[in-house]
Design a protein around this ligand. Structure first.
Ligand code: BGC
Length: 735
């Protein structure tokens, strides 16, 4: 009898599992009360806060779970905590719908990888995918199901502190990085125990904030919105991203967390997205200060009708949605659709079949900071470094040096290399630059460390000690930049110079006449004109994570030849921003001989370092750019061929970049647009022939009637080592 019962139970489970997810969703939905449905759309922070303090429900979280009044938590992690809360959902709530736990795993959970902006400088989507895969493996092992990443906002303004979280200014590269991260987090099977669901954010246009001030107004044409800012989101959706986060900002008077055009018409109807949208922290509530909703009830109506499925922390759905349905102010269909989307992702994660599968403390212990993950972090870190200057081949350094001064506020920092949004990253796991050099050189070289000054403090009292140390050393490695908290959410800056007295400090050390390598750590492009003119070698290292010091030492001593290239333009002065390579020509492009043209009369138009820029210890020469044809039909293709020679002494990787310009259109087109690139490895004196295929999709854009199309006409092709230093050819597209 007992056996028969077990067989019956098992066959019911197997039967249930064999049903399609959609059937299972409908079956759960049919049993839900109105309150339980609303509950699935409510998310609270169960731990620390990652946004403004907002109205919290009075009842304790546990009670809410047991009543089915909350569907998700953010900022709860660790197998113990997640198991405890999941248990309440499964044992005390009527329908036993599992919770989904989310966290900002932006560049690692405990094993911190380089910040996303740094990773984008690898121009290596496969590597970035691998990084996300490891991050997911670690995060999943601690009971997490969901990361609020990738952040795919295009950012053209380095004053905006969140530029550090994304992949820079280019929609093509940004789209590849977006897709890579989605695939890395989600893997091939979302229900595996080492995959987590990704969230493309902040949907959309958040990076276009006026004046680079976080949360500020955004306004742009629908064409620019679609051609530039939406591209990486579309790529994330195409790559199968399970969720998106609606952003704080407005565009053209419509806050994006209340934009039906964006969240329903574009996302669902045009792109066919079937996952769910979570609001950013209280962004539904912020429809009120925006002047879009008159109160929280109104905000709930606008949010849900626009297509925000889950309300993070605003309590708008929690407090008002059930009443609004009862009063007929929100349709039952709209509610049901949102609930289905949330359930769909929970089903895809396999949570209904094995709600505790992520709550395995053995796996957690084995996975966190394991050797493979730490090694992977170092691999990504060294490839993220960009060599900005290397006069007279000062780098790589010789391991036979007798003494090195390692100085500056970031030289021995174990906290700053973690960067912002470091989840559970800990300073104790970080290898500082001083430590990295000691690891590399052992006791064979004297390493003298002095801090000299703080990152952002007016005191020059310790300059002298650092000067002394510099004087007694053969070479100086000078680590300056921003602290980890200076570029992040709500960390906009009006100046892009080195903060505090650091530039004066660099000048003081320069006076010693010692050879200096500046190692920059920062989360945004900085205006470093003096350093760029006077210091012979400069490495941009961003915030590289736990293996920072080891990776920097690898590059300084040539165990790894740097290959990173900038994904955001470095301006000379803050007055130039927004400054980006794929700008328009204007009716009066700058001409030195004509006063009435587009320029600043007090500074040069050009950037300090352009998009795509980055040096190597070797040199590369480009030649013989040729096209397979100079005329194609609209559905035709062209093969572009170029020779790249390693003309230097070291083996090295080069990122060969292809740009296109559409010369005349029914609407104006940018002066250059990145359309392809290849990373190649060349031995000294080796030449490789690189081929690119220009396919119709690379020539498409939104025309005067907002049709996504190709227009006949003349095009230029540029191939080179960055967006400025290029060879050029031409072709035409004919009807
Ligand atoms: C940020 C999001 C983040 C969320 C949850 C917000 O303040 O804008 O990027 O995912 O908090 O922590």
């Amino acid at each position: 009898m007992k056996n028969l019962f077990i067989i019956l139970c098992l066959s019911t489970i197997v039967f249930a599992q064999n049903k399609s997810i959609e059937e299972r969703i409908d079956s759960v939905l049919s049993k839900m009360t109105l309150e339980e449905k609303v509950g699935q759309l409510v998310q609270y922070s169960g731990g620390f806060d990652t946004g403004t303090q907002t109205a919290r429900p009075s009842e304790a979280h546990e009670k809410l779970i047991s009543k089915g009044k909350v569907g998700s938590f953010l900022n709860v992690f660790g197998t113990e905590s997640t198991r405890r809360l999941q248990k309440i959902a499964l044992e005390e709530s009527r329908l036993k719908i599992p919770l989904i736990f989310g966290l900002d795993v932006i560049h690692g959970f405990r094993a911190t990888f380089p910040v996303p902006l740094a990773e984008s400088c690898t121009w290596d989507p496969q590597l970035v995918q691998m990084s996300a895969r490891w991050q997911a493996t670690e995060a999943a092992s601690t009971g997490l199901h969901w990361t609020f990443n990738p952040m795919v906002d295009i950012a053209r303004d380095p004053r905006w502190g969140r530029i550090v979280e994304g992949s820079g200014e280019d929609p093509y590269l940004g789209s590849l990085m977006a897709a890579a991260r989605v695939k890395g987090y989600q893997g091939d099977n979302l229900s595996a125990d080492n995959t987590i669901v990704a969230c493309a954010k902040h949907f959309a246009g958040y990076g276009g904030a006026e004046g680079g001030r976080d949360y500020n107004t955004v306004d742009m044409s629908e064409r620019t919105f679609r051609d530039v800012y939406l591209k990486p989101f579309h790529a994330a959706v195409e790559a199968g991203v399970g969720t998106l986060m609606s952003s704080f900002n407005e565009i053209g008077g419509v806050p994006q967390s209340g934009s039906k055009f964006l969240l329903t018409d574009i996302l669902r109807k045009e792109w066919g997205f079937d996952g769910f949208v979570v609001s950013d922290w209280n962004s539904v509530g912020e429809l009120i200060p925006h002047g879009f909703a008159k109160d929280l009830k109104d905000a709930a109506i606008l949010g849900i009708n626009a297509g925000v499925d889950m309300d993070m922390e605003a309590s708008a759905y929690f407090n008002f949605l059930a009443d609004l349905i009862n009063q007929g102010k929100v349709s039952k269909n709209v509610l049901d659709e949102s609930v289905k989307r949330v359930l769909r992702i929970k089903f895809r994660l396999g949570l209904f079949d094995d709600p505790y599968k992520y709550c395995n403390s053995e796996l957690e212990k084995k996975t966190i900071l394991n050797k493979e993950i730490v090694n992977a972090s170092r691999e990504v870190a060294k490839k993220s470094i960009v060599l900005l200057k290397n006069e007279k081949n000062l780098l790589p350094l010789n391991k036979n040096l007798k003494s090195i001064a390692v100085i500056g506020p970031l030289a021995n920092s174990k906290d700053d290399p973690l960067g912002p949004w470091a989840a559970q990253g800990r300073a104790e796991d970080v290898v500082s630059v001083v430590e990295g050099l000691k690891n590399k050189l052992g006791n064979s070289v004297e390493i003298h460390y002095e801090e000299g000054c703080k990152v952002n403090d007016p005191s020059k009292n310790d300059f002298a000690k650092a000067v002394e140390v510099a004087q007694k050393s053969e070479i100086v490695i000078l680590c300056v930049g921003e602290s980890r908290g200076m570029s992040a959410e709500a960390r906009s800056r009006a100046y892009l110079d080195l903060p505090g007295v650091q530039e004066d400090f660099v000048k003081e050390i320069y006076k010693t006449g010692k050879p200096i390598v500046v190692v920059l750590m920062n989360g945004r492009p900085l205006t470093i004109n003096w350093i760029s003119e006077n210091i012979p070698a400069i490495l941009e290292t961003w915030f590289l994570g736990i293996q920072s010091g080891n990776a920097i030492a690898d590059v300084l001593f040539g165990d790894y030849n740097p290959s990173g290239k900038l994904t955001t333009t470095f301006p000379r002065y803050v007055g130039q921003v927004p400054l980006y390579y794929n700008h328009k020509n204007t009716g009066r492009p700058h001409n030195k001989n004509d006063f009435y043209t587009s320029y600043y009369f007090d500074i040069d138009n050009s950037p300090l370092y352009p998009f795509g820029y980055g040096l190597s210890y070797t040199t590369f020469e480009y030649s013989n750019l040729s096209l397979s044809s100079d005329r194609i039909k609209k559905d035709g293709t062209i093969t572009v061929t170029v020779n790249v020679k390693n003309s230097g002494k070291y083996e090295g990787e080069e990122i060969v970049q292809l740009y296109i310009r559409d010369l005349v259109g029914s609407v104006t087109r940018p002066v250059k647009e990145l359309k392809d690139f290849k990373k190649i490895l060349l031995k000294p004196h080796e030449t490789k022939t690189v081929h690119f295929l220009i396919t119709p999709d690379k020539l498409m854009f939104y025309d005067i009637n907002m049709n996504y199309t190709i227009e006949a006409g003349d095009f230029k092709v540029f191939v080179g080592k960055n967006s400025v230093d290029v060879l050029e050819a031409s072709f035409s597209v004919i009807d």
